[in-house]
Design a protein. Structure first.
Lengths: 116, 113
């Protein structure tokens, strides 16, 4: 079984400042890692994912995340945020060896609030 | 346009009155699932389906039923809703296999009084 910990429930930040949203996971097997974003009154959409290869993954809207196996982390970063980045961000994992299912295990979410 | 459609978006009902939330996808995905989202708990999987007539329990299945008679549809049924089922519900679909992107519906906000 896997679990995901998002250490910050809320992150306030000023526009154009950098931001990092933290995510740590626990699993007894290898995993795939995801970040999803939920804008107000909308469903979730994929920001980026790590399957294999380079540990630095680039996603949409200027976000990137780095997979660190030794620290079991997958932190999300953006060098300069915009008001439109205000949303809730979810880190998720799926079992890499579960070839017949696509179950995602989500963290509790981090609300990013960008202000002027 | 690829999409997952849930209906209704908002629903207020009374305890014990059976209801169904519909979910339909147009991407020919094999895998579909239902999640509930609660403050401080993130998204938790209720039920999932790997294909037509193949369904299984997720992490929080109590009080819910599902069916998968057609590939595109995956309705969520609450036979006797209770106030602790007040939540935001999401349907999602994806291709079969780990590592694939999940596509989510817009959500259904359910209030049981």
């Amino acid at each position: 079984a896997q679990s995901v910990t998002q250490l910050d429930s809320q992150v306030p930040v000023f526009e154009e400042a950098p931001v990092e949203l933290r995510c740590n996971y626990s699993s007894s097997v290898s995993v795939y890692l995801f970040w999803y974003v939920q804008y107000p009154n909308q469903g979730l959409q994929l920001l980026l994912k790590y399957l294999s290869g380079s540990t630095l993954v680039k996603g949409i809207n200027g976000f990137e995340a780095e997979f660190n196996k030794s620290q079991t982390s997958f932190h999300l970063r953006k060098p300069s945020v915009h008001i439109s980045d205000t949303a809730e961000y979810f880190c998720a994992v799926s079992d890499q060896w579960d070839g017949t299912a696509s179950k995602l295990t989500f963290g509790t979410g981090t609300r990013l609030q960008v202000t002027l | 346009e690829a999409q997952v459609t849930q209906n209704p978006r908002y629903l207020i009902t009374v305890t014990g009155k059976k209801l169904t939330v519909t979910c339909s996808q147009n991407m020919n995905h094999e895998y579909m699932s239902w999640y509930r989202q609660d403050p401080g708990l993130g998204l938790r999987q209720i039920y999932y389906s790997m294909n037509v007539e193949v369904t299984d329990k997720g992490d929080v299945p109590e009080g819910y039923k599902v069916s998968r008679k057609e590939k595109r549809n995956f309705p969520l049924i609450l036979e006797s809703p209770s106030p602790n089922q007040t939540s935001l519900y999401f349907c999602a679909s994806s291709r079969q296999g780990a590592g694939t992107e999940a596509f989510f519906g817009q959500g259904t906000r359910l209030t049981v009084v």
